[in-house]
Design a protein around this ligand. Structure first.
Ligand SMILES: C[S@@+](CC[C@H](N)C(=O)[O-])C[C@H]1O[C@@H](n2cnc3c(N)ncnc32)[C@H](O)[C@@H]1O
Length: 255
C-alpha cells in the first residue's frame, strides 16, 4: 500500500475523527489571508477542500456567496454534515474533482496542511484539478509543511530542544507510539524538490510532504498559478526562509 493510502486510512480512524470534532478557531494566517478579501468573498463561490469535521466551514461558509466543503474521509464528511447540516458538504477526493465543472469557483482553499497527506503525484493531480475548477484570477489558498523548519523530522530529544514539561510530554508520547515512527521512518523520502517526513501528527502515524517556500512558489508557477504570497505560521507575510515555522501558508491566483 502506498504511504498516501495509509494516510487516507488514518483519517477514517474514529479517534482521529473525534479530535477534529472539537472545533478550533480560524488560524491567524487564515484571518490575515481571508479578511482583506471580505468583499469578494461575499458574492464569491468557494470550494473548501479537506474540511475535516468543518473547522473552516464554521469560519468561511457564513462569509461567502456559495460554499461547498469536501473531504475524502467518509467518517469526517459524516461528522461535518452533522455539525453543519445547512452547508453543502460532500465526499470528494481532491485528486479527481470531476463532479465540479471547469472554472466553477472563485476561491479554492485546502487548509491545515491537508494537501501534504498526498505524495508527489497526488499533489500534482490536485494542483491540476484546482487549476481546472478555478476561474482565471481566482484564489488558491492552502498551507503546507516547511522543509526549512529547523526541527523537521526530529524526535523530541533530538537536536536542540527546550528542556521542560513540554519536551517530557512529547518524549513520552513518542515512546508510547514508537512502533509507528520505527515503521514509517524507513519510508521517509528526500528529493531535490520535496521530502516525505514522519512527524508527530496523530501519534507519528502519517508521512507528510514538506517543501521549501521558494520551491513551492516555483511548483505553483509551473502549475499555472501566479501572484504567490507566502505567510509564516504566525500569519506574517514573508519572502525569507522561515526556519522557526513548521508550516507556511500560500495565497495564489489562477493565471
Ligand atoms: C490535517 S486535517 C485538517 C482538517 C480541517 N481542515 C481542519 O483544519 O481541522 C487534513 C484533512 O484533509 C483531508 N484530505 C487529505 N487529502 C485529501 C484529498 N485528497 N481530498 C480530500 N480531502 C483530503 C483529510 O481527510 C483531513 O480531513
Amino acid at each position: 500500500m502506498a504511504p498516501s493510502d495509509d494516510n487516507q486510512r488514518i483519517y477514517e480512524d474514529t479517534g482521529v475523527i473525534d479530535i477534529y470534532r472539537t472545533i478550533a478557531p480560524p488560524q491567524q494566517a487564515e484571518r490575515n489571508m481571508f479578511e482583506p478579501l471580505s468583499d469578494e468573498l461575499r458574492t464569491g463561490r468557494l470550494l473548501d477542500i479537506g474540511i475535516g469535521a468543518g473547522r473552516t466551514t464554521a469560519y468561511l461558509a457564513p462569509k461567502v456567496g456559495h460554499y461547498v466543503g469536501v473531504d475524502y474521509s467518509h467518517g469526517l464528511v459524516r461528522a461535518a454534515a452533522q455539525l453543519y447540516p445547512d452547508s453543502d458538504i460532500r465526499w470528494c477526493d481532491a485528486r479527481d474533482m470531476s463532479q465540479f465543472e471547469d472554472a466553477s469557483f472563485d476561491f479554492v482553499n485546502f487548509s491545515f496542511n491537508g494537501l501534504d497527506s498526498l505524495d508527489h503525484d497526488g499533489r500534482r493531480q490536485v494542483l491540476a484539478e484546482v487549476h481546472r475548477v478555478l476561474r482565471p484570477g481566482g484564489h488558491w489558498m492552502f498551507s503546507s509543511h516547511n522543509r526549512d523548519y529547523v526541527r523537521r523530522g526530529m524526535l523530541p530529544w533530538q537536536g536542540r530542544f527546550k528542556p521542560g514539561r513540554v519536551m517530557l510530554r512529547k518524549s513520552a508520547e513518542a515512546l508510547r507510539h514508537h512502533r509507528n515512527w520505527r515503521h514509517l521512518r524507513k519510508e521517509q523520502v528526500e528529493t531535490p524538490e520535496y521530502a516525505l517526513v514522519n512527524d508527530e501528527a496523530h501519534h507519528y502515524s502519517l508521512l507528510h510532504y514538506y517543501i521549501s517556500p521558494t520551491v513551492q512558489v516555483a511548483q505553483l508557477e509551473a502549475a499555472g498559478f501566479t501572484d504567490v504570497r507566502v505567510y509564516d505560521q504566525w500569519g506574517t507575510e514573508t519572502a525569507e526562509p522561515s526556519p522557526a515555522s513548521i508550516w507556511m501558508y500560500y495565497d495564489s491566483r489562477r493565471a
